[in-house]
Ligand binder design. Structure first.
Ligand SMILES: [Zn+2]
Length: 130
């Protein structure tokens, strides 16, 4: 408890640092500890700076942003390939579905880390009421 109170009184780094550390899947505040205990699960607190990471709930924003980014990468590629050399549906599925999955699993934790850094900067925890 004293550690979390002490952690709250320490100034946060600038926004770009918070975002970059989150994107690298490190604690946005100290940049030392891994941000996720498992694929997308944040630990209750940072092992180094003791900032309460588990209380920050990004909810659905990281998946929405990931879909937006991956969609803007995959769809133009599909259109370019389809225009230059049309393929069968099964060949399209064999190429684009795995590529979409790989990009999604690569971007999702990084985007979530970025959003956690953004929420930390704004002071949101995800449990605000309207
Ligand atoms: Zn930390």
């Amino acid at each position: 408890m004293n550690n979390s109170i002490a952690a709250e009184t320490i100034a946060l780094p600038k926004l770009s640092t918070l975002l970059w550390r989150g994107f690298r899947q490190k604690c946005p505040r100290c940049g030392e500890t891994r941000l996720f205990a498992s694929f997308l699960k944040t630990p209750e607190s940072c092992g180094t700076c003791h900032h309460e990471l588990g209380a920050i709930r990004a909810d659905d924003f990281p998946p929405y942003l990931t879909m937006f980014i991956v969609g803007h990468i995959i769809v133009p590629m599909i259109l370019i390939v389809e225009k230059s050399s049309p393929m069968s549906i099964s060949m399209n599925l064999k190429i684009w579905l795995p590529l979409t999955a790989v990009l999604t699993f690569w971007f999702l934790p990084r985007i979530k880390g970025l959003i956690v850094g953004l929420m930390m900067h704004i002071g949101l925890r995800g449990d605000e009421t309207q």
